[in-house]
Design a protein around this ligand. Structure first.
Ligand SMILES: [Zn+2]
Length: 345
């Protein structure tokens, strides 16, 4: 038994000393000290040695185990420092470093910031509000009762409220930034001029001109003696500042429940400058905004007397504004993480 143990020790030490890498050393360690390693097995066999000789053989086995472990540790330190030295000499400190990629503002953010600047310059305040909204502020406060047919055009995402006290269908992801109109009209005293840029959500299939989450701009002004011509002037000023002085704006009648009268604004196609192209379907015009005079019911709901105060409101999509400005034919490109597209801006 003693001879076997000494044999194992000698073999282990010569193997350890021959190791040239940390991986090899790890293998030798397993071969001798692992669960089925040679020394481990030999130690198990001590049980077969006659009782009176066992303490002596046990002590020898322990001593050998310590010697093997110490030798492994010494070899480990030597190999490690050699490995480090090799790596150090491989680094050329005079080489220039790798330049980190620097990002820039996303075209949608750029559109939002430019819009804010233009409206701020004509006295509008900027407001922000919740994206998780109640049915009341998203629809009812805007003169859109529960059974109103215009709700069909705004496919709504409802939040699961089964675990709460809220009635089902009362909490939604806002479908329009107009939700802030009711909230602000309630809180602020007129006169006021406010824009609300923000993200909205619809339960819609995405295609070249529809997204299920997109950015909207809501704007409104309430004051005494406000008329449609104030609305036309404001929109015309904004469009010319944003797209250029040569862009014309035209208004056509349209019905929205929260305005009376209501209008849609079309602008000269910025791609063909009105000559007609595939972007504007050969018409030379692109639909840009919904607008109108705030419906007296909306003012009454917010406890503002429509006989004293009037207002106009308008809304548009930032994705639409950006796609026309940058002449993109698919708004999905704006949310595409492909850097080959984003780096062009
Ligand atoms: Zn065109």
């Amino acid at each position: 038994m003693e001879e076997e143990l000494v044999g194992i020790k000698n073999a282990a030490i010569s193997f350890i000393l021959e190791c040239n890498s940390l991986e090899e050393l790890e293998e030798v360690k397993l071969q001798f000290l692992g669960r089925s390693g040679k020394l481990t097995q030999a130690i198990k066999n001590i049980a077969t040695v006659p009782l009176e000789r066992r303490p002596e053989v046990g002590m020898l086995a322990n001593e050998i185990k310590n010697i093997i472990e110490d030798t492994i540790e010494q070899k480990y330190q030597t190999l490690k420092s050699e490995h480090y030295k090799k790596r150090k000499s491989a680094i050329d400190v005079t080489k220039p470093g790798i330049k980190p990629e620097i990002g820039h503002i996303h075209p949608i953010t750029h559109t939002i910031l430019e819009t804010i600047d233009i409206f701020k310059s004509i006295g509008f305040q900027v407001a922000d509000g919740p994206e998780i909204e109640t049915d009341y502020y998203n629809f009812e406060a805007l003169n859109i009762p529960k059974d109103h047919p215009s709700r069909d055009t705004q496919q709504t995402l409802y939040l699961d409220t089964r675990e709460s006290k809220v009635e089902p269908g009362e909490v939604i992801l806002r479908t329009q930034t107009s939700n802030m109109q009711g909230r602000i009209l309630e809180k602020m005293k007129p006169p006021m001029r406010v824009i609300v840029p923000g993200k909205v959500y619809r339960y819609e299939q995405t295609d070249a001109s529809h997204g299920f989450e997109f950015w909207q701009l809501e704007g409104f002004a309430v004051d005494k003696n406000i008329t449609m011509s104030d609305l036309f002037g404001t929109i015309d000023y904004f469009i010319k500042k944003f797209y250029g002085e040569d862009i014309k704006v035209k208004f056509v009648c349209h019905n929205f429940p929260f305005v009376e009268p209501g209008a849609e604004a079309y602008i000269t196609c910025a791609v063909c400058k009105g000559k007609g192209c595939t972007f504007c379907k050969r018409s030379g015009w692109v639909e840009m905004l919904g607008a109108g005079m705030i419906h007296p019911n909306v003012l009454k709901t917010a406890k503002i007397d429509p006989n004293i105060w009037q207002g106009f409101a308008f809304g548009t999509g930032f994705s639409r504004m950006a796609t026309l400005k940058y002449q993109m034919d698919d708004l999905r490109l704006l949310t595409n993480p492909d850097l080959r597209i984003l780096e062009q801006f």
